[in-house]
Design a protein around this ligand. Structure first.
Ligand SMILES: NC(=O)c1ccc[n+]([C@@H]2O[C@H](COP(=O)([O-])OP(=O)(O)OC[C@H]3O[C@@H](n4cnc5c(N)ncnc54)[C@H](O)[C@@H]3O)[C@@H](O)[C@H]2O)c1
Length: 333
């Protein structure tokens, strides 16, 4: 089976490409290398006999030149930083939406199925505040997406809707995976990549951190999905794609891997044996949210898969990788 990974030199795309290559699929990547760390990932792909085509997916003329007929296209290509999307709405909407449009046209041409990596950010900000008050609520496929959500979240929801239009009009089969915070080795601890690797990297290097927003007490709650669990679920989705398609799934760490920032600090202190100064900043961005935990119900119902990594395992694996590669990683900041 031929698999095209769009955004194969990003955090998720690179891990997934190598995972699928090891399952004996024929894998290629398309990635324009938008960040420094993408170059390191491109090298990793090459070491695993995966070719990356340095193409901007917005450019359809370039894309159609590639002589590869994919059975499945996995769309991991996006600008995922919420704050970038608020500074540059035009470029983020164009990038994320047009990329999906061009990949859909390719799916139509080759009759490929498409797996789209969407985001927990498709849900409105006010829901997070509402669920924060009633701590037991979990976000699911049934939770409403109506309301302001960030420009990034809007671009992902717009792509989801476009995929459904292509499915209706041109029989393009799809799976949409809404991911929460995802983490693990090969995530570099950059601020836009999420709290878990950022917290670890700063502890490891004894740098300063801040509890931002929600009174500066570190009380915001998240769940984290381990990259290995994500790869295993997508592998199952590929194996069952002739039977299970045209569905949207929420994939997160769930309650088992949920934490608040204060807990995360304690766990990072234990793992790294370092204690660092954490400033308290009361105010935060209009896009910040106090709470997010995904329900795992639907993905378990369809695939009978349960995550095998909790937060402690994800942190330990990521710490071991960061510690071993500390010198190299610093070059990619
Ligand atoms: N990492 C997370 O916690 C998380 C959470 C929710 C959703 N997601 C989604 O998962 C996907 C992958 O995220 P990630 O964390 O690996 O991000 P990443 O930024 O590490 O990877 C994205 C990759 O896409 C490439 N890319 C972007 N636009 C492109 C274009 N026009 N042409 C060619 N290449 C392009 C970038 O160069 C980069 O290598 C994204 O769609 C993101 O929205 C990620």
């Amino acid at each position: 089976m031929n698999i095209l990974v769009a955004g194969g030199c990003g955090f998720i795309g690179s891990n997934l490409s190598i995972f699928l290559k090891n399952k004996n699929y024929k894998v290629i990547s398309i990635d324009k290398l938008s960040k420094k760390y993408c170059y390191l990932n491109e090298k990793r792909l090459k070491e695993n006999q995966i070719k990356n085509y340095r193409i901007d997916l917005k450019n359809e003329n370039e894309l159609v030149k590639i002589k590869f007929k994919p059975d499945i296209i996995i769309d991991c290509a996006a600008e995922p930083a919420v704050e970038v999307s608020s500074r540059s709405p035009n470029s983020v909407i164009q990038n994320n939406f047009i990329t999906t449009l061009n990949l859909l046209n390719l799916s139509r041409k080759y009759k490929s199925k498409i797996i789209f990596l969407s985001s927990s950010r498709v849900y409105p900000i006010h829901k997070s505040y509402e669920f924060f008050k009633r701590k037991k609520k979990l976000f699911s496929e049934k939770t409403s997406t109506k309301g302001p959500k960030t420009i990034y979240g809007f671009s992902k929801l717009a792509s989801e809707e476009l995929i459904k239009e292509f499915s209706y009009a041109y029989n393009v089969n799809f799976i949409i995976n809404r991911l929460g915070l995802t983490s693990g080795p090969w995530q570099f601890g950059k601020v836009e990549q999420g709290l878990v690797s950022l917290w670890l990297w700063k502890h490891l290097n004894k740098k300063k951190l801040s509890y931002i927003g929600f009174n500066g007490t570190g009380s915001q709650i998240r769940d984290v999905l381990d990259i290995d669990d994500l790869c295993s679920i997508i592998y199952l989705q590929i194996k069952k794609i002739d039977k299970i398609f045209d569905e949207t799934f929420c994939i997160g760490g769930g309650k088992m891997s949920s934490f608040n920032l204060k807990n995360l600090t304690i766990m990072c202190q234990k793992i790294t044996s370092n204690k660092i100064k954490i400033k308290k900043i009361k105010k935060t961005s209009i896009y910040d949210i106090p709470y997010f935990i995904f329900s795992y119900h639907k993905v378990y119902k369809y695939y009978k898969y349960r995550n095998t990594n909790d937060l402690n395992k994800t942190l330990t694996k990521t710490y071991n990788w960061m510690n071993l590669n500390k010198k190299i990683l610093k070059k990619y900041f």
